[in-house]
Design a protein around this ligand. Structure first.
Ligand SMILES: [Zn+2]
Length: 276
């Protein structure tokens, strides 16, 4: 199934987990999770993450498993036309062009160029509007200015002019984990979802309570990005395993993979039904 069909087949209260990877162990954890749950999963690779493994190699690895599993690959936060174009050339399932640091007009212009370049290929293009603060790390505090949240009128203009398939917005969500849980403007999210009528993407769900994430899913967010939370597990469990006697890599790494896999399954199951 193509990613577009999958997203449009989701019922109210359902969403897909987007999970970032840069190493074989992280990929393995995602594969094991999907083998267990049979629930679709989107693997995300930011520019830094895909350059670490090589953009083409990541695609090859995901394709290897894709024959039997409902998995997809997204070129997360492509900051330039060139890096987004590269992912289109490699036939990724989805590409996020992140022009959120550009002016609205420039963002619209480049996003439109990408949509044209994509042509009739089966690749979803995600646009981003409004500033999502923070980075995918543990941070003490991240300030979110009210005026940087996505404005409804700008979202409408952006979607109408670019014809993007998916839209990443800022309703107070931030990248990374901070000491205090971010406050979300659900009303803003609801207004945008109803106005643009395309699926919204929630970035920076790490550090948000399950309750808040589920509220976003009810509003119309269909893809939920979690990254830092898994990075944190990766580091903490790795340190713990490195403290043991063995020098055998797979014995050290296996429990790390297992720990991440458990958390992926946890979210996959909870994003699937609107129950607990
Ligand atoms: Zn993001």
């Amino acid at each position: 199934m193509h990613l577009k069909e999958l997203i449009y087949s989701l019922k109210t209260g359902e969403a897909i987990l987007h999970y970032n990877v840069a190493t074989l162990e992280q990929i393995k954890a995602g594969i094991l999770a999907v083998q267990e749950t049979k629930i679709p999963l989107i693997f995300g690779v930011s520019e830094g993450e895909r350059n670490y493994l090589s953009p083409a190699l990541v695609k090859e690895i995901i394709d290897f498993y894709k024959k039997d599993l409902p998995i997809f690959l997204n070129a997360d936060h492509s900051k330039s036309f060139e890096t987004a174009k590269q992912a289109i050339d490699l036939n990724y399932d989805a590409v996020l062009f992140d022009g959120s640091e550009l002016t609205l007009d420039e963002n619209i212009k480049i996003t439109k160029e990408l949509i044209n370049y994509r042509g009739d290929k089966n690749i979803l293009i995600e646009g981003e509007i409004g500033k999502i603060e923070g980075k995918s790390e543990i941070q003490k505090e991240v300030e979110v200015k009210k005026e940087n949240l996505t404005k409804v009128e700008e979202a409408i203009k952006f979607v109408e002019e670019t014809k993007v398939d998916l839209l990443a917005v800022s309703i107070g969500n931030i990248h990374g984990i901070t000491e205090k849980e971010p406050e979300l403007d659900f009303e803003r999210g609801r207004e945008i979802a109803q106005a643009v009528k395309i699926p919204l993407v929630l970035h920076g769900a790490s550090g948000l309570s399950l309750e808040k994430i589920k509220k976003c899913i009810e509003i119309g967010f269909k893809i939920i990005h979690l990254n830092t939370e898994f990075r944190k597990i990766w580091k903490e469990k790795l340190i713990e395993e490195l403290g043991k006697e063995t020098v055998t890599p797979y014995k050290i790494l296996e429990p790390v993979v297992e720990e991440i896999k458990k958390k992926i399954v946890y979210y996959q199951v909870r994003f699937q039904d609107s129950g607990s």
